[in-house]
Write a protein that binds this ligand. Structure first.
Ligand code: ATP
Ligand code: MG
Length: 424
């Protein structure tokens, strides 16, 4: 029978990879703690309407990329393609804003989009995201960008750049939209079919099209910042001033519109070298109207999401391997396996990583296994050791067995001996 294979665009993360993931996740959690962001966990399945209403019917995500299916009762469900919609749903549903409008939340987990799989682009991928609810002040935008940048810095990544733009607001965007539409109509024949359709439904999306012809048209398009109202312009200036103060800086990219319709004012992306076309590692922005439009009390908000799969790709290229705790391996002469149990228990209780050979083969085969597993020390239990109440410690550092030092210690002094040895 043919074995069943993993679904296209989805992957197993094996121990070689999860080592990196766990190392990274610990550090990222530390960043969230230091900025006062508390974790929220929402389900991976939601009513399809949640995403259609928040992300926008016309976006690629909702129009083409969602995993949508009918539940047993016929209602339409979708695997979440991003995190913000569900966090906003939960914020409203649990009345989080009632007592205290200011909330700092973060989430981490798998997202699902039916895209063309390639390096750094998968159909199940992982995001870490943070949302700051309750402030329209530019200091909130600055904080969110600082957190996103802080995440990359906390894991030792330095080769990335920040791009910024503003999406305006309901006061100034309609005027800009008209100007942009008029300009795009003049160049309609140069645009791809998708963009000709977008012209009527969502002309700002044309700015983001990756087709060469559309890019050329977009280059010369009017800039939103030139049409922004005073409030939006001031907000943007303040955000930039805040980022300057922090030494973060950032480059204005007039053509950046994000892949989700809910954004207003500040939007940003972090781009990293070394990932080819999939160079965006994080993106976010302000979404002041979303909570109200989803039925909540008006609550300004700003947030970001980082793509962890891409960050791990960078880590594997750039950062020295995460350290593993030293492995202790207990080898016992056949017939003495029961004696290994309290010893293992004692070592683990003391915080060591300790295993034995549960196949319980010959002494020799146990030692071979210890070698293959990369054990730092092997603790030998033979008849002599058991009769004398001792353990023989073997230092596995040297490559060949003849060079490996071994010595015997009293059972009572074992933990101290190992602790001292490993610290050296
Ligand atoms: P892209 O332009 O690369 O498609 P996006 O704008 O669709 O990215 P967002 O929705 O802003 O991405 O999600 C935030 C981050 O999540 C991205 O910057 C990226 O690092 C990551 N991401 C998005 N889609 C995928 C995917 N299919 N596979 C892996 N990571 C992804
Ligand atoms: Mg995308």
């Amino acid at each position: 029978m043919d074995p069943i294979r993993v679904i296209r665009g989805m992957r197993d993360l094996l121990p070689e990879q999860t080592r990196w993931w766990r190392w990274m996740e610990q550090r990222l959690d530390g960043v969230m703690d230091r900025y006062g962001y508390a974790e929220i966990r929402t389900p991976v399945l939601e009513h399809t309407g949640l995403f259609a209403r928040s992300i926008g019917q016309e976006t690629d995500i909702v129009a083409k990329e969602m995993y949508t299916f009918a539940d047993r009762d016929g209602s339409s469900l979708s695997l979440r393609p991003e995190g913000t919609a569900a966090v906003v749903r939960s914020f409203i549903e649990n009345n989080l804003g009632k007592k205290e409008p200011l909330h700092r939340l973060f989430y981490r987990g798998p997202m699902f989009r039916h895209e063309r799989p390639q390096k750094g682009r998968y159909r199940q991928f992982y995001q870490l995201g943070a949302e700051l609810f309750g402030s329209a002040h530019p200091s909130a935008d600055v904080e969110i960008i600082e957190v996103a940048v802080g995440c990359l810095q906390a894991i030792g990544l330095t080769d990335f750049s920040l791009e910024l733009n503003t999406q305006g607001c309901p006061v100034c965007r309609p005027g800009y939209r008209e100007q942009l539409t008029a300009y795009l109509r003049e160049h309609e024949r140069q645009l791809c079919t998708d963009c000709r359709r977008r012209l009527a439904s969502n002309p700002l999306r044309v700015l983001d099209c990756k087709q060469a012809a559309c890019t050329a048209v977009a280059e010369a398009a009017p800039h939103l910042l030139d049409h922004a109202c005073d409030d939006c312009r001031q907000q943007f200036d303040q955000v930039r001033a805040g980022l300057e103060k922090l030494g973060i800086g950032g480059r204005l990219n007039h053509r950046m519109v994000r892949g989700l319709d809910y954004y207003n004012r500040t939007t940003f992306e972090l781009l990293a070298a070394g990932l080819g076309a999939q160079n965006a590692v994080a993106g976010g922005g302000r979404y002041d109207g979303l909570v109200e439009s989803m039925g909540g009390i008006p609550t300004p908000a700003v947030g970001f999401a980082a793509g962890l799969d891409r960050i791990v790709l960078l880590l594997e290229q750039q950062v020295a391997e995460p350290e593993r705790p030293p492995l202790l391996f207990i080898a016992a002469q056949p017939g003495y396996w029961l004696e290994t149990l309290p010893l293992l228990q004692q070592l683990r209780q003391a915080g060591f990583t300790a295993v034995n050979d549960v196949r319980q083969g010959s002494f020799k085969s146990q030692l071979k296994r210890a070698d293959r597993l990369g054990a730092r020390l092997v603790l030998l239990l033979g008849q002599d050791e058991i009769e004398q109440g001792t353990v023989t410690i073997k230092d596995m550092q040297a490559p060949s067995d003849s060079e490996r030092k071994q010595w015997q210690v009293e059972r009572g002094g074992l933990l101290q001996e190992i602790g001292g040895f490993l610290e050296r």
